[in-house]
Design a protein around this ligand. Structure first.
Ligand code: ADP
Ligand code: X2W
Length: 297
């Protein structure tokens, strides 16, 4: 590849200036998952992006997943787990593994990675500072006949966010620290709940009135029926795309959490390809951006 001239390098650097000015002092919630959490080069690139954001005065809050990592440990322990509509059926033993993997191994690895790049990350689960309150999810499945009562599917220790007390995250984010959040909530009874990480990221962004919510995934963004990237979408258009089946599977909860966040006051949501090195930085600080940008209108 041809070397960049000094002029080209200066141009790239200065392109970031209006974005830094615009986002300084604002909160950006990043859902970290997929390949960006597995590939060594992508992992280090992500950690550097987060540290750079903090250094230029933006308040990054990381919410991470870890589904594949939970699956790996369960397998080593000889346990399997079943997913219903994207949610892992979580019995007591599985919940112990979820808490160990998300709150322990994965969370501390991300914290360490950010700290190695010069940041000051602090890892939290929803139990720390009693900040993610959860309630049990019971899924309903329509009966075969209209007269049948809907079937209740018990997912075990799977929860949804009932409320968030942002005090501890605000305190950390407003100081020199970078909060790194594992998607585990605590019930009124003190029990732990396993919550889908996209749902937690959306709620955290909403409660903190974040400027942006960025969801890293393993595809370029939301695609149309022909597989072309949709670079910009509004709430009504998203509803149409779900209704006509263009958006399906794992993309449904992702877009639902995005639309809730937009309705809840988040300015923009970005679904971006975490397989691209420095995807967070490119989306935030360059004119072209990458992925799908979702706005209220
Ligand atoms: N319109 C669409 N655009 C992009 N992906 C879609 C679309 N409809 C369904 N999908 C599916 O949703 C998946 C993303 O959801 P998921 O795998 O749950 O993400 P993650 O594991 O990163 O949270 C894509 O890999 C794709 O298979
Ligand atoms: C209820 C439920 O399914 N929880 C998820 C939590 C982790 C997660 O969401 O991780 P990803 O973002 O990597 O999928 C799970 O147990 O896998």
């Amino acid at each position: 590849m041809k070397e960049k001239t000094a002029h080209q390098i200066a141009h790239v650097l200065i392109e970031a200036l209006p974005y830094i000015q615009k986002f300084k002092g604002k909160t950006v919630v990043i859902k970290y998952g997929g390949n960006a959490m597995i590939d060594e080069k992508l992992k280090h690139g992500f950690a550097r992006d987060i540290v750079m954001m903090k250094l230029v005065g933006i308040n990054p809050i990381v919410v991470h997943g870890g589904g594949p990592q939970i699956g790996d440990l369960l397998k080593r322990l000889g346990k399997t787990s079943e997913f219903i509509d994207g949610m892992r059926v979580t019995d007591s033993e599985t919940m112990d593994v979820v808490e160990m993997v998300l709150g322990g191994l994965v969370n501390k690895e991300i914290v360490n990675m950010i700290n190695m790049q010069g940041g000051k990350a602090v890892g939290l689960t929803g139990k720390d500072g009693n900040f993610i309150h959860a309630r049990k999810i019971n899924m309903t499945k329509a009966g075969a006949n209209l007269d049948d009562a809907p079937e209740i599917i018990d997912l075990g220790h799977v929860g949804e966010v009932s409320s968030i007390d942002p005090a501890v995250v605000e305190m950390l984010g407003n100081s020199n620290f970078i909060p790194v959040i594992a998607p585990i909530g605590v019930g009124k009874d003190g029990h732990s709940y396993n919550i889908n990480a996209d749902l937690v990221a959306g709620k955290v962004a909403e409660v903190l009135k974040a400027e942006k919510l960025m969801l890293l995934t393993n595809i370029p963004g939301i695609l149309d029926k022909e597989g072309n990237l949709l670079t910009g979408l509004t709430l009504t258009r998203i509803d149409d795309l779900i209704a006509d089946g263009t958006i399906s599977g794992g993309m449904i909860p992702k877009t639902r959490c995005a639309t809730d966040a937009l309705k809840g006051g988040v300015t923009s949501v970005h679904i971006i390809d975490g397989r691209i090195e420095h995807s967070v930085l490119l989306e935030l600080f360059t004119d072209q951006g990458i992925g799908t940008l979702l706005l209220r209108r």
